[in-house]
Design a protein around this ligand. Structure first.
Ligand code: NAD
Length: 341
């Protein structure tokens, strides 16, 4: 029986890469019925709110969404719909696997996962200016919000993820040597949670700046990394760079009830409407979704067909050094699906 999932094609290159992803999923026989909804600029162009209630209701009902990138207007206009969705559904865990795809990659066979806390830290956005003399912006102040509850649930999530995915090690990344209260609390709670998993999952702790260097020198020493919001944002882009860039970076935002799968890259307005975008990251996000739905075998076949297409190197989009259109690249993946076992 087909499962219903919400589909948000998104803005810019979103509708093109979403259509490509749906073609591949259909060719792979994924039993998914899509409830297509709008958000972001696509919604405002239809005269609707950037985050329509019907879209929220759909996600509430399906608990599963595949989302194309959404444009956030710079300077003025509505606030980030991505952030609004995370807040609305309390999608506290951002999971970003970094797995080598490109055959000539700098780090062959790399396979690590970054679990980023998605709701707290400096990105909670508690900030303000303090005026002095005639300067209203003499001082800017931002609050790093870390709670025992939020730290406990993200570290626990990372350990449970490690158990479910046959991972060996969780590395907690922090800056508790300097930020003794906020980062200190994150580390203290993390150590406490780790004790419950002793003997099953190895626990390590590393300071964030050292982690950045170690990721470049020897990323193979990492398995699952768990960290707070801003460090996770930065380290997960770094990790994406280790395996070939954002073109191959999928992610998922997970809450207690809802899971939202997406490509890590944005709506790429510079190439929107030209039919040249690389749909691989959204396709890999769809593979994660299939795995989440218990359809890991279908996801594995899609991934394998994608990998073979990239390895052949004949039909690649421009960002991968080729000249194929989104449609030609997708056709090649579908052709390879037949031989993907
Ligand atoms: P971007 O990721 O959209 O683009 C950065 C560069 O990468 C551009 O040169 C673009 O052409 C290229 N690129 C990105 N994805 C590509 C793909 N699939 N194939 C080929 N080339 C690709 O980042 P940006 O320009 O900083 O942001 C554009 C918009 O996207 C902004 O409004 C931003 O807020 C939004 N955004 C949304 C999300 C999301 O929905 N999750 C994430 C990041 C940015």
């Amino acid at each position: 029986m087909a499962t219903t999932a919400t589909l948000i094609p998104g803005d810019g290159i979103g509708p093109g890469i979403t259509a490509a992803t749906l073609r591949v999923l259909e060719a792979a026989g994924a039993p998914i019925e899509w409830d297509e909804r709008v958000a972001g600029v696509a919604a405002t162009e239809l005269g609707q709110d950037p985050l329509p209630q019907e879209t929220l209701d759909s996600i509430e009902g399906t608990r599963l969404a595949l989302k194309g990138p959404l444009t956030t207007p710079i300077g003025s206009g509505f606030r980030s719909i991505n952030v609004a969705l995370r807040k609305h559904f309390d999608l506290y865990a951002n999971v970003r696997p970094a797995k080598t795809i490109l055959p000539e990659a700098r780090y062959p066979d790399l396979d690590l996962v970054i679990v980023r806390e998605n709701t707290e830290g400096l990105y909670a956005g508690i900030e303000h200016f303090i005026g002095m003399d005639k300067d209203p912006k003499a001082v800017a102040e931002s609050v790093m919000l870390i709670t025992r509850f939020g730290s406990d649930r993200i570290v626990r999530f990372a350990f449970e993820y490690a158990l479910q995915h046959d991972r060996e090690r969780v590395t907690l990344v922090h800056k508790a040597n300097i930020l003794k209260c906020t980062q200190g609390l994150f580390l203290e709670v993390g150590r406490h949670v780790a004790e419950e998993y002793e003997g099953r999952i190895r626990f390590e702790e590393k300071i964030v700046d050292n982690t950045a260097m170690q990721l470049v020198l020897d990323p193979y020493q990492f398995d699952v990394i768990v960290t707070e919001n801003m460090f996770g944002d930065i380290l997960s882009d770094l990790a994406a760079g280790l395996v070939g860039g954002l073109g191959f970076a999928p992610g998922v935002n997970i809450g207690k009830t809802v899971s939202m799968f997406e490509a890590v890259h944005g709506s790429a307005p510079d190439i929107a409407g030209r039919g040249v975008a690389n749909p691989a990251a959204l396709m890999l996000a769809a593979c994660l979704m299939l795995e989440h739905m218990g359809l890991g075998e279908t996801g594995r076949r899609v991934r394998e067909a994608l990998l073979s297409t990239v390895a052949e190197g004949k039909t690649l989009t421009r960002d991968l050094g080729g000249s194929a259109s989104t449609t030609e690249f997708t056709d090649a993946i579908i052709a390879n699906l037949a031989s993907a076992r």
